[in-house]
Design a protein around this ligand. Sequence first.
Ligand code: FMN
Length: 129
Amino acid sequence: MAIHKSTPTSGSIGDADLVSLSYVSELIHPLETLELMQLVDLAIARNASLNITGVLSCESNRFSQIIEGPAGAIELLWNSIKKDERHCNIFSLGLKKIKQRSFANWSMRLIDGKQIAAFDPKLKGPIAK
Ligand SMILES: Cc1cc2nc3c(=O)[nH]c(=O)nc-3n(C[C@H](O)[C@H](O)[C@H](O)COP(=O)(O)O)c2cc1C
């Protein structure tokens, strides 16, 4: 008798095992607008290839970011971000499992500090040292 394997008929491939990670960090040196734009452009390109979406803010010497995507991809990106020499005092506010993305249309988007805190109020607090 032939064995038929069932194939998924709904949901997006690569969106199983979704997690979201928020963190804050401090800039080591202020960034020129162009440098910030370049950082975001590269993030958009790499995130698209990793099926990652999210938002970033850069205000008052502080980065806040939320990234979401498959757990393995987030771990890979998080390891890159943690060793990036443009920032320090990198403090994770936690990794959580999510059922759906909040930023499905944005591989990465620069928004202001108030907007990002509206998505995750923990991003408002002081950076723990
Ligand atoms: C605050 C901050 C946020 C970043 N966000 C992203 C991001 O969302 N996606 C990304 O690919 N790189 C991001 N980067 C750049 C990464 O840290 C890293 O330079 C880049 O992914 C290349 O990684 P690699 O050096 O491990 O190849 C960010 C860097 C900083 C300082």
